[in-house]
Design a binder for this molecule. Sequence first.
Ligand code: ADP
Length: 419
Amino acid sequence: MTEPELALEVEDLVKVYAGSESGQRAVDGVSFTVERGRFFTLLGPSGCGKSTTLRCIAGLEATDEGTITVGGRVVSSHQPKVLVQPHERDIAMVFQSYAIWPHMTVFDNVAFPLRAGRKRRRVARKDVRPRVMEALERVQLAEYAQRLATKLSGGQQQRLALARALVGNPTLLLLDEPLSNLDASLREAMRTELRTLQRDTGVTTLYVTHDQTEALSMSNVVAVMQDGRIVQAGSPREIYRRPMSSFVATFVGRTNLFDATVTGPAASPSALTLDTEVGRIEAVCPEGVGVGDSVSVSVRPEDIRLHAERPLRPNVFDASIIRRMYLGDAVEYNVRVGERQIDTRQHGDVFLRRRQPAWVEFPVEHCVVLSDEFGATADTHADRGTEDEDHDPPDDRAGLLASVFEGAPAAAPVEEGTA
Ligand code: ADP
């Protein structure tokens, strides 16, 4: 089998900001690869190093260690020393603030990268108009071509920034929290729009967000970051269903975490018995976990079953219902087992009254034993998309870094003549 072509390879990237406390690493040995045509997301809380990683890839920050390769070309390395300038990297970037040029029309904003790049990347004058109009049509802004960019709504400015980034067919599109300035309903609509646009154009996309819903709904691969490192990478389903640490389990979705000690074998040969604060459970443990070990067990609210009669299965406990919230398609029950409160989410048809006898079940297959203490490493080269079709990657590499400086107007280069 031939290796899939990689649009991006990041190896052992380290970034320390000058003047940071005791040389703290904002990015601490990050490695990952992105196949062409994929949508890859860096997900993590504020300050974990996502934007810094992105900015190093764009060339907006100098790296301290590591190698970055875009479309097979090394753009940043230390041995040998290589440093390709941002506008020579065949990368386009969209910022949270969009950084569109306020003094230009919609058309001129999109035309800018085609007119103003290095000579070898510029597009023949006669080709500018069709390329710009095609990009504007793709984002449904063609009818606004002559409007001043500032006279667009937030969602439209977002699309304009995307059109400008895509017009040069870059090898890699970098998106830094591009939806965070939109209100909730627009953000949801733009999520779908952005993903459709990415699939239609086939542009390899590296997306940065702290929003787990965005990450899970749009990505082929999600890499979760914590304190400057990637702690787990995989398909959205793997990240959600099989978190490897309590950090990932709680950051990506809601869960119930239990401290547990492994006590011995269980009825099922693949499982072990664990003592937890709510009682004895059976669960399948990761390799390396054995009797006597202290672990955590994560059970998602929607995986817990609530029963009005005791089922004859393992991992079932007496429960009292504390709170019930009817949501139409689901009912959330907060229950108490011993001293512990537990969140559960049931199908809308499950209806139990407070004070009636109830039992909770933690199905063995949904008890995820977290292995962070046991040296599990993040498979950061995981690049298996789950659900999608093949993409035809763009082959025209005339891309430019569309607008790389936040608050661009002050730094905006002077526009050259018109098409
Ligand atoms: P994220 O994008 O995940 O919110 P960042 O990459 O912006 O995180 O920041 C990572 C760390 O680097 C944080 O501790 C942040 O305070 C620090 N940092 C970011 N930018 C700078 C800068 N220009 N100078 C000094 N420290 C910075």
